[in-house]
Design a protein around this ligand. Structure first.
Ligand SMILES: [Zn+2]
Length: 500
C-alpha cells in the first residue's frame, strides 16, 4: 500500500532534490501521518513516501555537499535547515514549521529514539545504506522554546583511511611527524579546536602503523570511522567505561600502539604517559592553541615535568583553512595595513601573487571550496626536554623550538597564501599572532622549509636560506637558558605540587 499524494498530477517523480521533495510533501500533507510510520524494511513504501523521501534527500544532500553537520532548528516562523560546510554554517532550506514534528519524528524513528519523549534531550545514531547513500550520522535532539532542535554529525567522511602522505603536511614537517610515530614508544599529541582535522591526522598515522605484526587499540568518544584490523573501543561513561578505564584494561591486552581519543583529565593523562614510558606508542589529542601550549596544559593538569619531558616526543598543532574556489579564482592584493599587521612574517608574501574567490555556483557563492590543513610540528629535542624539566615558560620553549626550525601555524598559513591556495584573512581567522617578534632570519628559514621561492632579500647581509643548523648555533643563547632554569628553580614551589 502506498500513501497517496494530495495532487498526484503535480508530482515530479524525477525531481529528487531537497526542494523537489519538500514540494511533494507540502502538496500531499495528508499522507504524512501514514508515511511517517512506515518502517525501513518496507522498501517500496520507503522510497515513495514524500516525507521519507524529503528526510532522505536532506541527508544525502548533506553528504553530497561534504557537510560535517546538519542543523534542523525550529525558529518562530519556520524550520531552518543549515549545513556546516568547510567549517562554516550555511542555510540551505526553510521548511514550513508545521512539518517540524513529522521530520523530527521521522529522524527519531531512523535513530531508534523515543518519538514520544519531546521534553528531554536524546542521542543516537543513524546508518543509511541505500543505493545512492552510504553514510553514518550521529544525532542529538535538544528541546527548545519553539520545539526540538536536531543536530546531526556526518560521520567518517572523506578523512577516514587517508594516507599520511596525502594529508598535505609539508615534507619537512611530515618527516618529523613520521619520525615520532615510527618510534616504538612515546606520546605523540595532536592539538587544535574541534573540527580542525585531528582525527583525520591520527587515523592516517594509525593506518601507517597498522599491519599484521602490530597490535593497535583505540579508545574513542565517539568512534568516528572503522579502521580494519584495529580494536576500537567506544567510551560509555554511563557504565563507567571511560578513557581511563579502557586504557587500564587494554594495557593488559598486549598493545603496541594506542590511540586515546582525547586527554581530558589528569587520570587519563597519567595513564597515557605511563603507557608511553613503558614501551608503547601512544597517540592522543588535547585542546590547546599551539604545540608549545600543550606542554603548559599538561603541567596545569598536574603532570610532573619529568614525566612530560621523558614521555612526550612530538606535538602537532593543526588547523584547517578554506581553499580558494578554483572556478572563480581572481587576482588579489594585500593592503599595506594588513602587511603591517603581519609584521616580519609579511616577508613570506613579498613579491607573491595573492588570490581570492569571487563566488560562483560551484562554490555556492562562498569563494571557497574544500579545506587545507596547517601544521605546526614540534619534535621534542634534548634541549627542549631539559627546558621542560627546568620549567621554562611557554615563550621560552617556543623561541627555542623556532630556532630549531619549527614552523608556526601562522607561517604555514602564509605559505599557503603565497602558493595561491588560501587567503590571508582565512589564515588570520584561525591562527594566533606569533608574539615573539622573530627576526627575518627565521622567516627566511621558514620560506626554505615551506619550499617557497626565495623572496627578494630585504638586506644584503641576510643569512642564507635552508641552513637551520647554522642559524641555530648562532641563535641559541645558553646564558638565557641557564637563567631560565635558575628562575624556575627559585619559583618551583609556587608553580605546582610536583609529584616526584
Ligand atoms: Zn567559486
Amino acid at each position: 500500500m502506498r500513501p497517496q499524494s494530495g495532487s498526484p498530477g503535480a508530482r515530479t517523480p524525477q525531481d529528487d532534490s531537497l526542494e523537489g521533495n519538500l514540494r511533494n510533501v507540502l502538496e500531499g500533507q495528508s499522507a504524512i501521518k501514514a508515511s511517517l510510520v512506515q518502517r525501513e524494511d518496507d522498501d517500496a513504501v520507503q522510497t515513495d513516501a514524500p516525507l521519507i523521501r524529503l528526510v532522505n534527500s536532506l541527508l544525502s544532500e548533506a553528504v553530497r555537499r561534504n557537510a560535517s553537520d546538519i542543523h534542523i532548528e525550529p525558529l518562530e516562523g519556520a524550520l531552518r535547515v543549515r549545513f556546516r560546510i568547510d567549517g562554516v554554517l550555511q542555510e540551505v532550506q526553510q521548511i514550513p514549521l508545521q512539518l517540524a514534528p513529522a521530520i523530527t519524528s521521522r529522524l527519531k524513528i531512523m535513530a531508534a529514539l523515543d518519538i514520544c519523549e519531546k521534553r528531554m534531550p536524546q542521542d543516537g545514531s543513524i546508518k543509511m545504506r541505500q543505493q545512492n547513500l552510504d553514510a553514518d550520522f550521529r544525532i542529538s535532539t535538544l528541546p527548545s522554546v519553539f520545539g526540538e532542535k536536531v543536530v546531526m554529525r556526518v560521520m567518517g567522511g572523506a578523512g577516514v583511511g587517508k594516507e599520511i602522505s596525502k594529508l598535505g603536511i609539508p615534507e619537512a614537517q611530515l618527516k618529523l611527524f613520521c619520525e615520532a610515530i615510527h618510534r616504538p614508544d612515546g606520546l605523540v599529541l595532536v592539538t587544535g579546536p574541534t573540527g580542525s582535522g585531528k582525527t583525520t591526522t591520527l587515523y592516517a598515522a594509525l593506518s601507517e602503523l597498522n599491519d599484521s605484526s602490530t597490535s593497535v587499540f583505540t579508545a574513542e568518544d565517539p568512534v568516528e570511522g572503522t579502521l580494519p584490523g584495529v580494536t576500537q573501543c567506544q567510551v560509555n561513561s554511563g557504565v563507567g567505561y571511560t578513557f581511563a578505564s579502557i586504557l587500564r584494561s587494554l594495557l593488559r591486552q598486549d598493545p603496541d600502539v594506542i590511540l586515546v581519543g582525547e586527554i581530558r583529565d589528569q587520570e587519563t593523562a597519567e595513564i597515557s604517559i605511563k603507557a608511553a614510558l613503558t614501551g608503547h606508542l601512544v597517540l592522543s589529542t588535547l585542546h590547546t592553541n599551539s604545540a608549545v601550549a600543550t606542554i603548559s596544559r599538561l603541567l596545569n593538569m598536574g603532570i610532573a615535568p619529568y614525566l612530560i619531558s621523558s614521555a612526550v616526543t612530538c606535538v602537532v598543532a593543526q588547523r584547517l583553512v578554506r581553499k580558494i574556489c578554483p572556478d572563480c579564482k581572481k587576482e588579489d592584493t594585500i593592503s599595506a595595513d594588513m602587511l603591517a599587521t603581519l609584521g616580519p612574517q609579511g616577508e613570506l608574501l613579498r613579491g607573491k601573487q595573492l588570490w581570492r574567490g569571487q563566488g560562483c555556483p560551484a562554490c555556492h557563492n562562498s569563494g571557497f571550496k574544500g579545506r587545507a590543513p596547517l601544521y605546526e610540528v614540534l619534535l621534542v629535542s634534548d634541549e627542549l626536554r631539559q627546558l621542560i624539566l627546568a620549567g621554562a615558560t611557554q615563550d621560552e620553549l617556543k623561541r627555542v623550538a623556532r630556532v630549531q626550525g619549527m614552523i608556526t601555524l601562522r607561517e604555514a598559513g602564509l605559505g599557503l597564501c603565497a602558493e595561491g591556495i588560501t587567503t590571508v584573512q582565512e589564515v588570520l581567522g584561525v591562527t594566533n599572532e606569533d608574539t615573539d617578534t622573530t627576526k627575518l632570519d627565521v622567516a627566511a628559514n621558514v620560506a626554505a622549509s615551506l619550499n617557497l621561492q626565495a623572496a627578494p632579500a630585504p638586506k644584503s647581509d641576510a643569512p642564507p636560506l635552508a641552513q637551520p643548523a647554522q642559524v641555530m648555533e648562532k641563535a641559541v643563547d645558553n646564558e638565557q637558558l641557564r637563567s631560565a632554569v635558575k628562575r624556575w628553580k627559585s619559583q618551583k614551589t609556587a608553580r605546582m605540587q610536583v609529584v616526584q
